[in-house]
Design a binder for this molecule. Structure first.
Ligand code: ADP
Ligand code: ZN
Length: 291
């Protein structure tokens, strides 16, 4: 069976066709311009593919409440041409197929939980550290929503003692995204994150913020495993720094077999940056009631 997958990002749209095993049969991407320009291209791509359903993992905030009049809309995004835009409705009208819809990072959480590094556990969290920071939460085949959806990138953190940087979030001087996203690293240190590999101070500070956030997620949600993905996590030296700091901050308070071995608890994504698009294939399947 053939499914469509759309990873809708603020800078690019990834479009793919895949089967029920999560195998991607073809994939392309186009820049995210205005809906007038970009949406007809998306519809044209899928129109001839005979997909049974489509899964969309979208940048947000988005409306996931199926009872809401604006279900399937991108809502209050600062990308103004996409604000209050009915992305699901527009595609559904053109393609006439069932559409699964969730946040981009819930999509990545689902991809990893279905085929990747969390496929053997019931409850997992995926954290993306890229242009923004977001979390997806997966439990037993479903993704966590609430009045909106988790906005775990904006939890408030203690500043590192050597950090005088004001953060890049326009809403919060000390939130996770403002202090630890790719753009915040670049602005604090004056160079792109991928050019700072040998500067230990950068990664020690980054690990301090990531570890604080992870400790808070562990205490609130008690996941069986945590996956870290996104561009910044290509700095693999972060993993041991983060694990050590998590251990120090938890200070032995939570005792579980999982936390005995942090190498197996705080892990990289396993799907080679395809976790998002593969998650969209699973969203499409779930919309048809297929596990
Ligand atoms: P997006 O979040 O836009 O979907 P990414 O997850 O690739 O895309 O995140 C982009 C951010 O990650 C940028 O701020 C970039 O500087 C940073 N980044 C990308 N590659 C690396 C790398 N190898 N090392 C450190 N940071 C990186
Ligand atoms: Zn914030």
């Amino acid at each position: 069976m053939i499914f469509g997958a759309l990873e809708a990002g603020g800078t690019k749209m990834v479009l793919a066709i895949g089967n029920e095993h999560g195998e991607i049969l073809e994939q392309t991407s186009i820049p995210t311009e205005t809906p007038d320009i970009t949406m007809p291209k998306i519809i044209d791509y899928f129109k001839t593919k005979e997909i049974k359903a489509l899964g969309i993992g979208s940048f947000g905030p988005i409306d996931l409440n199926r009872q809401s009049a604006t279900y399937g809309f991108i809502t209050s995004t600062p990308k103004l041409s996409w604000a209050n835009y009915n992305i699901v409705g527009t595609i559904k009208e053109a393609l006439q197929v069932p559409i699964g819809f969730d946040t981009d990072v819930n999509g990545s959480a689902l991809g990893e939980a279905t085929w990747g590094s969390t496929r053997d556990v019931a409850f997992s969290i995926y954290i993306t550290i890229g242009t923004g920071i977001g979390i997806g939460v997966y439990q037993n085949g479903s993704l966590l929503h609430g009045m909106l959806h988790p906005e775990g990138g904006h939890i408030l953190l203690n500043k590192h003692e050597n950090d005088s940087f004001l953060g890049v979030c326009p809403y919060h001087p000390n939130c996770f995204e403002g202090l630890a996203s790719g753009p915040s690293i670049e602005k604090r240190w004056g160079k792109k994150a991928d050019q700072l590999k040998d500067n230990n101070e950068v990664w020690e500070m980054e690990a301090y913020y990531l570890a604080q956030a992870i400790v808070n997620y562990i205490l609130v949600l008690s996941p069986h495993r945590i996956v870290l993905g996104g561009g910044v996590m290509h700095q693999e030296q972060l993993f041991p720094l983060i694990r050590n700091k998590v251990k120090e901050l938890l200070n032995g308070y939570v005792k579980t077999p999982e936390l005995e071995n942090l190498d197996d608890y705080i892990v990289p994504a396993a799907l080679n940056d395809n976790q998002g698009i593969m998650g969209c294939i699973q969203l499409a399947k779930m919309e048809l009631g297929i596990k």
